[in-house]
Design a protein around this ligand. Structure first.
Ligand code: XLS
Ligand code: NI
Ligand code: NI
Length: 517
């Protein structure tokens, strides 16, 4: 994701609260003043009382916030309680088919329908990212928060964290999604000490475990090693040994809680594992440290019996100028160099792919052919904006390319599709959270249907097969088995003369591809 703001770092904008439908016009203010001057003292006192009461309820207090503790500042233990539903106006989202015009229904994602022998829900394994959906405020480097969800009280208290967690599970339930992803620090507030942070996390995780029931599980957990100033030079690659140790302790705890919650994977995204200038950086030493850090994570995972996959999430830059896990190929090379290739897979994020100058399809294929495709952070960027804008993927062609890779990979399990995607800053209705996820899920579901059509039709596959058919020969077999030396090849080249090179048929493949959309 991009520059991540949570309510920790961007205070909620102190805009005067005007509940929906109540507009305070200049005329109404004049009316009040006029009424007041014509009143008898008794009536005036009564009026004043009513006015204060009304303004307290209607104008000053957000109507939905802290319904069970209106008197307090909402930072009290009771504010964890939330009377009734968080999303009372949103029904359970159902599949209504492509003809439906209902924005709160699936048109393409039909969880139990089989495509290429597997249920859609098993191909997709969707997950909601807690940090965007429940901690995203709409803040950007130029502007304050724009999203004032009714359940938020503007604090980063434990009570608020619990309330938010309940909202998360109601959201998952209504969406019909069984997986969620989190960073340790976005579900529970940082404490004054590591012990206190761990205790906070334990409290929230206990609640999450209870709310998960036996259906919902984390697709993955991770540690937030980028927000706190101690991580300004990185975690595992910080030149400061105290930070290395602190990061290790944080990851140790995050793996433990992911395991406790039944998480299926654990992610490392090295947001600040990189450099701003090589002039002050010992790159070789930093990379060695990062490898030792990963080795220790592997050892600890095994020690506690966590069988989930460890995933590295490549990203070229942002927030650092250069991130060590630049792209899939760089990460694969790193894993090979340090003998970690069998212990890790990759979490490919589409917007990170485009930031590194690749397409998402390229990154997925690079991961796949190296046996490393473990998970997808489903999002997309904007061709005109150079940031990790983390938009919900809405482009059906793009989704079809993604699904072609996923099908070739035989699916993603135990990985899945995590919506590392956020609402645009200007989308501020609660229902937008649902609409965005529904559209994201539908787009990928449509991609799956299209990819299946292309595979069943077979013309694309046939075209690719034919393109290489000259290698389906005796010499081809020798070359591919590493048995054709240069002398033999020279002899053949002389015997055959100048080869006739066939057309690449690019427009034809594009035509076939588009016909499935
Ligand atoms: C940031 C990353 C981040 C990881 C989890 O750009 O996408 O959100 O997915 O730390
Ligand atoms: Ni990202
Ligand atoms: Ni991500």
């Amino acid at each position: 994701m991009s520059t991540m703001f949570t309510s920790q770092d961007i205070p909620h904008a102190q805009t005067p609260f005007t509940p929906d439908g109540v507009i305070i016009t200049l005329e109404s203010v004049f009316w009040v003043l006029n009424e007041m001057t014509n009143m008898k003292p008794g009536k005036f006192l009564l009026f004043l009382l009513c006015f204060t009461l009304i303004s307290k309820i209607v104008i000053c207090e957000p109507p939905h916030t802290c319904p069970s503790g209106l008197d307090g500042d909402c930072d009290s233990a009771e504010s964890a309680e939330w009377e009734g539903e968080f999303f009372p106006e949103i029904p359970k989202i159902k599949y209504e088919g492509p003809k439906s015009k209902n924005p709160l229904a699936y048109k393409w994602y039909n969880a139990n329908e089989e495509i290429l022998g597997k249920k859609m829900k098993d191909w997709m394994r969707f997950s909601v990212a807690f940090w965007h959906t429940f901690r995203g405020t709409g803040g950007d480097p130029f502007g304050a928060a724009t999203k004032m969800w009714p359940w938020e009280d503007g604090t980063n208290s434990l009570a608020m964290a619990k309330r938010r967690m309940r909202a998360n599970f109601e959201f998952l339930e209504k969406l019909g999604v069984d997986r969620w992803c989190f960073h340790d620090r976005d579900i529970a507030p940082d404490g004054q000490t590591l012990e206190e942070s761990n205790a906070n996390l334990d409290e929230i995780v206990a609640l999450a475990k209870e709310l998960q029931g036996n259906k919902i599980r984390p697709l993955w957990g991770t540690a937030q090693l980028f927000l706190h100033p101690r991580y300004m030079h990185g975690g595992a690659t910080s030149p400061e040994i105290g930070v290395y140790a602190y990061a290790a302790a944080q990851v140790k705890k995050a793996i433990e809680v992911t395991h406790y919650l039944g998480g299926e994977n654990y992610v490392f995204w090295g947001g600040r594992e990189g450099y701003q200038t090589l002039l002050n950086t010992d790159m070789e030493r930093e990379l060695d440290h990062m490898a030792r850090f990963f080795e220790a994570a592997v050892a600890y995972k095994k020690k506690i019996g966590f069988t989930g996959t460890l995933l590295i999430e490549p990203k070229p830059q942002e927030p650092t100028k250069h991130q060590y896990d630049w792209d899939a190929a760089t990460a694969a090379n790193f894993l090979r160099k340090y003998g970690l290739i069998g212990e890790f897979k990759l979490n490919i994020e589409c917007n990170h792919a485009t930031l590194s100058g690749h397409s998402c399809h390229h990154e997925l294929e690079t991961a796949r052919i190296n046996g490393l495709l473990g998970n997808i952070d489903a999002n997309t960027g904007d061709p005109q904006v150079g940031w990790d804008t983390d938009q919900f993927l809405m482009d059906v062609s793009e989704a079809t390319l993604v699904m072609l890779s996923v099908i070739k990979n035989g699916g993603l399990a135990p990985g899945g599709f995590n919506f590392d995607a956020k609402l645009r800053r200007e989308s501020t209705d609660v229902e937008d959270l649902f609409i965005a996820h529904i559209a994201g899920m539908d787009t990928l579901a449509r991609g799956l249907r299209n990819a299946a059509k292309l595979i069943e039709d077979g013309s694309l596959g046939e075209l690719v097969r034919k393109r290489y058919q000259s290698f389906d020969s005796e010499l081809g077999a020798q070359i591919e088995a590493g048995k054709a030396d240069f002398e033999l090849l020279e002899k053949k080249a002389m015997e055959w003369g100048d080869p006739i090179v066939p057309s690449g048929k690019q427009e034809l493949v594009e035509m076939i591809f588009q016909s499935a959309m």
